[in-house]
Design a protein around this ligand. Structure first.
Ligand code: KG4
Ligand code: ZN
Length: 340
């Protein structure tokens, strides 16, 4: 594509991870993420603490990204940053940092939509990973997002379904909290689900029309179920934890797969790409694989480090926009509710 070598620095700070990445012509040279363990004690992300931690992390994280890539800041052609959506205080740290560094280096800035970036992560050049052909369906599932998007081209995307309340990752985390598991509970539920019976307990799936999702009812159903069962058996949770986890995971996967089936039927598209932290879930991966033989799908799961919040996905969008000459100006501001 490019006739010269283009180096992009990308910065992501929309939630609780401070991340920086260096990309050379679509390939990742470094991908640094500093998580924020401070939120674990609160069972969820505390916005004010997140923005303070970003302020502390951003300089060392960018410095590490440059060092690991063996790139000098004077070699950079542009700086891409997450403009939104996300937590305002967190976004402001990345946005201001990108603007000032680019101003100092006299290079352009590129604003990136975090939700587009989760999807375009599939276009990072990475050996062993196939890029989906247009049009395809993208399902982004994480602690903050649940969306199905029809992707017609890099920058022509249509949200065709999204959650009307909690995100799917929240459904895992909040259910886990009710069971006394630590935060985030998704990985632990996944691990225990492998040891349990997914049909041991039945939770009804929410009835939401069309391609939208709802997960808050499930959380309430689990709460009532646990309250009822522990009344007659105070040890109910510990005696049945693996089966409860397996049943919760089975229900959540059922909800996601039902909507994907409907989206595929309505659009006539069989290429399905997933992203976001919940795509690490072994049950959802297996269900997608099964969809290949059962429904004729072709499914795409990016390299794990590009699915959770990261700056490599911001870099690929930055690179694609750079090729189109699509730059932001110094007057650009963070936008917490930015839409696709
Ligand atoms: O993308 P991510 O790292 O951060 C954002 O929320 O944007 O996703 C984190 C979410 C958490 O809710 C976590 O519980 C969930 O992804 N998660 C999982 C698994 N690994 C992470 N959920 C289910 N199964 C997993 N293996
Ligand atoms: Zn995200």
């Amino acid at each position: 594509m490019a006739t010269q070598n283009i180096y992009i620095l990308a910065i992501e700070s929309s939630c609780d991870d401070t991340a920086a990445s260096i990309m050379l012509n679509g390939k990742i040279l470094s991908n640094v993420v500093a998580g924020q363990s401070i939120h674990e004690a609160y069972g969820g992300v505390v916005p004010e603490l997140a923005s303070r931690a970003h302020q502390q992390n951003i300089v060392p994280v960018v410095d590490q990204a440059l060092k690991r890539a063996n790139v000098n800041k004077n070699q950079l052609h542009a700086i891409a940053f997450t403009r939104g959506p996300g937590l305002m205080g967190s976004l402001l740290v990345g946005t201001s940092f990108a603007k000032s560094l680019a101003y100092g280096l006299d290079i352009p800035i590129i604003d990136v939509n975090h939700m587009q970036a989760h999807i375009l992560a599939h276009f990072i050049d990475e050996e062993g990973f196939e890029k989906p052909p247009f049009p395809f369906l993208a399902m982004t599932i994480s602690g903050g997002h649940t969306q199905i998007v029809k992707v017609n081209s890099y920058f022509d995307m249509e949200v065709i379904g999204e959650t009307i309340d909690d995100a799917v990752g929240e459904a895992f985390d909040k259910s886990g909290k009710l069971l006394g598991l630590g935060y985030p509970a998704g990985p632990e539920i996944d691990r225990r689900a492998k040891l349990g019976n997914p049909k041991a307990f039945k939770f009804t799936k929410p009835k939401v029309d069309g391609l939208n999702f709802s997960f808050s009812g499930l959380k309430t159903a689990i709460l009532y179920f646990i309250q009822k069962e522990t009344k007659s058996n105070p040890n109910f949770i510990e005696n049945n934890l693996n089966d409860i986890c397996a049943s919760i995971q089975y229900t959540i996967i059922g909800i996601l797969i039902d909507k994907l089936k409907l989206a595929s039927k309505e659009t006539g598209i069989n290429h399905i790409a997933i992203g976001g932290g919940v795509s690490a879930n072994s049950g959802i991966r297996q269900a997608l694989k099964n969809g290949e033989s059962k429904f004729g799908w072709k499914t795409y799961v990016p390299k794990f480090e590009f699915t959770t919040d990261n700056a490599a996905m911001i870099a690929i969008v930055g690179y694609l926009k750079f090729l189109e000459g699509d730059f932001a100006t110094q007057s650009v501001t963070a936008s917490s509710r930015l839409k696709i």
